[in-house]
Design a protein around this ligand. Structure first.
Ligand SMILES: NC(=O)c1ccc[n+]([C@@H]2O[C@H](COP(=O)([O-])OP(=O)(O)OC[C@H]3O[C@@H](n4cnc5c(N)ncnc54)[C@H](OP(=O)(O)O)[C@@H]3O)[C@@H](O)[C@H]2O)c1
Length: 249
């Protein structure tokens, strides 16, 4: 039985990933922060082969403890994260440290800690859920966008390095996905403001990402709208339209 480790598995994209793999007979190590939300996932899966862990992954000690507790999986899905609105100059040092560790430093510590064991397997895969924000400016979310960009860059480089060791690395860059993320960040108004064609379902993100990972692709952008727009991201006119559509409060 293949084993996957999924961070942020209690809701949204991580929960959908867990559902997808569970349906396909995988055993799962599911990591999240809140015991309450994890309990709901446990009740949903009712699978004795799954293990549930609770860690605050914005803290270094959590990753170290996690690495000691888990067996080496065949697939790592580094997904846990939050979105954060942060006007320039208004975040605290602690907020920046925790956001950066959760979205980037901790993901790197997790992967670096598992790589020696992953390399010993005949084949293994790593999936990193980054964001389309990694490749386009996100005013008032510059910390989020820059952390997602850094982990995208790490994933691409380490992926090239590990290709000869039978460890594939796929970075997924989703656009807007309806999950708990925006509500948690106090950005629920975006659910009404962002046009319908800019939303991708969590199921679609998972199906597209898993297909790309199985095919050994390095980067994947789920959703046709984002795929079409991708070559134009970063251009002045696209940034202007993007800024208008994504206006933070
Ligand atoms: N939604 C979008 O539009 C969108 C777009 C692009 C990329 N993404 C990325 O997709 C990933 C998943 O987000 P989502 O949209 O599915 O959001 P979500 O529904 O809010 O789920 C977030 C998951 O991450 C876990 N998590 C958050 N902070 C954590 C912490 N400090 N320690 C441990 N676990 C933590 C949550 O666990 P608890 O429930 O236990 O707190 C939850 O399982 C994130 O990396 C996000 O940046 C989302």
């Amino acid at each position: 039985m293949k084993k996957a480790l999924i961070t942020g598995a209690s809701s949204g994209i991580g929960f959908e990933y867990a559902k997808h793999l569970n349906q396909n007979g995988w055993s799962l190590d599911l990591i999240s922060h809140s015991e309450e939300r994890s309990k709901k996932a446990r009740e949903f899966f009712q699978n004795n082969n799954n293990n549930y862990f609770h860690f605050d992954l914005s803290k270094k000690d959590s990753i170290l403890e996690l690495l000691e507790k888990v067996d080496c999986p065949d697939l790592v899905v580094a997904n846990a994260g939050i979105t954060m609105m942060s006007k320039a100059g208004e975040s605290t040092s602690l907020q920046r440290d925790e956001l950066y560790y959760l979205l980037c430093g901790g993901v790197i510590d997790l992967i670096e800690g598992l790589v020696p064991r992953l390399k010993e397997k005949d084949a293994s895969r790593i999936v990193i859920i980054s964001s389309i924000g990694a490749v386009t400016p996100m005013p008032k979310s510059s910390l989020y966008a820059s952390a997602k960009s850094a982990i995208y860059s790490y994933g691409r480089s380490v992926g090239e390095e590990l290709a000869d060791e039978n460890v594939s690395v796929t970075i997924s860059l989703p656009g807007y996905v309806k999950t708990n993320a925006h509500k948690r960040a106090g950005l629920d108004h975006l659910e009404k403001k962002i046009p319908f064609w800019m939303w991708v379902s969590a199921e679609k993100v998972v199906r597209t990402t898993e297909k790309a990972s199985r095919a050994g692709k390095s980067t994947v952008i789920p959703g046709i709208a984002y795929k079409l727009v991708r070559p134009f991201l970063g251009m002045k006119i696209t940034s202007k339209v993007w800024k208008m559509l994504n206006k933070r409060i």
